[in-house]
Design a protein around this ligand. Structure first.
Ligand code: ARG
Length: 483
């Protein structure tokens, strides 16, 4: 009986089975790289045609095969070690041996590095888009609540009155720096490794500038060994995502505390109930936002640990970086979306905030400041107020009389009305109009800056997206020329 011809496989049958087969596979993660890989394949084959490395018919046949593979979808790819091998095998099945020319002057090493950067760019822009939605939501709350006083805390103890706007802008500013960080990282991500081949270049007269252009990259990477080996941009992307996640966790924590104190009410879409206690409305979605810092920092730590001590050039360890990268960034983007929704749909209760501000002696610092302005050394003023506050145990009348007594001995004649004026939360906030402070006047200046930065960042996002769209339209039209 004639032997069956061996089934065609790109890697031959060197690795045919055993437990390592599945272990080696990156197919589960590679589903996310399907679009990227097809774009990289098309750009590469068009470049091979432009450089006369392949002839027109060969390029056309390969492009037809890639279209068919795209149409069939990722799930129809043959079993393979990774998506690069799967697509190549499928291509040869569909168009015959000419499909084997796609991999001319390239390696899976520069291919995968290019796919990762191609995909990561989109992910970073998605993250920016979500961050802008969250910042827009915070800015809207700030515009609405410039005069809404609330307690400010240090050490989680009521400290000084501030406003909801001042609180909201504090997070918006922090997230604005994160957006700057994403754009900064984006510029380093946006370089093409394609053309580096395995790590040591290729004897073919390739044009890496052209492939870079067709894929929307700023240009090719300068060194082919660096191009295939380095994943520092992945680490950087995760570091930026971790920074976002850490800020989100603080924001979520504040909002959780605010729901607990009755300052805000979360929309039902962002709350959950208890399976046993029917009266409960729990801020579960914010708790999951708070937990996302664990995902992001975990991914960052995993990637840094994988990269540490890797020798030049390509090592398969690099394959393990990709899933952490993709899930790490994705979880932060999702958490940002949830935080944005939570902020924009929450209701603030100004009356609760105001009564909470007046409880306790939140404005004691104002009284100390007032005494200091009258010429009492601040340290003495601090001691006088502290003593009166301790004796009063939160009772305002006792506090005022204690204070009057203490100041008489200093030969300061204070009016009860004056002290009460200094104890009022609203006037306390209004007086603190120093740069960056909570007074409505100072906050309006901050809001002008917030609006300007938001406009600028929205514009930068649009510009980057347009750049990517322009490149993909150009690639499509180059492909169409072979149709
Ligand atoms: N799946 C591999 C990765 O993600 C592609 C590169 C394989 N290269 C190799 N030399 N085995 O890194």
């Amino acid at each position: 009986m004639a032997e069956e011809p061996p089934e065609f496989a790109v890697r031959g049958d060197r690795f045919s089975g055993g437990p390592a087969r599945g272990f080696l596979s990156s197919m589960e993660t590679d589903v996310h790289l399907f679009t990227a890989d097809l774009a990289v394949d098309r750009a590469h084959v068009i470049m091979l045609g432009a450089q006369s490395i392949l002839d027109e018919e060969e390029v056309a046949a390969i492009l037809v095969g890639l279209d068919a593979i795209e149409e069939a979808g990722f799930d129809e790819l043959p079993a393979a070690e990774d998506i690069h091998e799967a697509i190549e095998t499928d291509l040869i099945d569909r168009v015959g041996p000419v499909g084997g020319k796609l991999h001319t002057a390239r390696s899976r090493n520069d291919e995968v590095a290019t796919c990762i950067r191609y995909h990561l760019r989109e992910d970073m822009l998605e993250l920016v888009s979500s961050l802008l939605a969250l910042r827009d939501a915070l800015a809207d709350q700030a515009h609405e609540h410039v005069e809404t006083v609330m307690p400010g805390y240090t050490h989680l103890q009521p400290a000084q009155p501030t406003t909801v706007a001042h609180w909201a802008i504090s997070y918006e500013r922090s997230l604005a720096r994160d957006v700057d960080r994403v754009f900064d990282a984006y510029n380093r991500i946006n370089r093409s490794p394609l053309g580096a081949a395995a790590f040591a270049g290729t004897p073919y007269p390739i044009d890496p500038m052209l492939t870079a252009e067709l894929l929307g990259f700023e240009g090719p990477m300068e060194n082919s060994m660096d191009a295939v080996t380095s994943r520092d941009v992945c680490l950087e992307a995760l570091a930026v995502a971790s920074s976002v996640a850490v800020t989100l966790s603080a924001l979520a924590e504040d909002l959780i505390l605010f729901t607990n104190r009755g300052f805000i009410d979360l929309d039902d879409d962002y709350a959950s109930t208890s399976s046993i206690m029917p009266q409960k409305k729990n801020p579960d979605s914010l708790e999951l936002v708070r937990a996302t810092s664990g995902d992001a920092l975990g991914a960052q730590t995993a990637v840094a640990t994988m990269l540490k001590g890797l020798p030049r050039a390509y090592n398969r360890d690099l394959q393990s970086v990709t899933p952490h990268l993709l899930t790490g960034i994705d979880s932060v983007t999702t958490a940002t979306d949830v935080a944005a929704g939570g902020v924009s749909t929450s209701t603030w209760y100004p009356a609760v905030l105001e009564s909470s501000v007046s409880e306790g002696l939140n404005t004691a610092t104002d009284v100390a400041d007032f005494l200091a302005i009258q010429g009492v050394p601040f340290r003495t003023a601090h001691a006088i107020v502290a003593e009166a506050a301790a004796a009063a145990e939160g009772d305002m009348t006792t506090f005022v009389s204690g204070l009057l007594e203490a100041t008489t001995s200093l030969e300061l004649s204070l009016e009860v009305e004056t002290i009460e004026e200094y104890l009022s939360a609203v006037s306390s906030v209004n007086r603190r109009d120093s740069h960056g402070g909570p007074a409505p006047r100072a906050v309006r200046t901050q809001l002008t800056q917030v609006t300007a930065t938001l406009d600028e960042h929205h514009h930068m996002l649009d510009t980057h997206r347009e750049g990517l769209e322009r490149a993909s339209t150009r690639l499509e039209s180059e492909v169409a020329r072979y149709a």
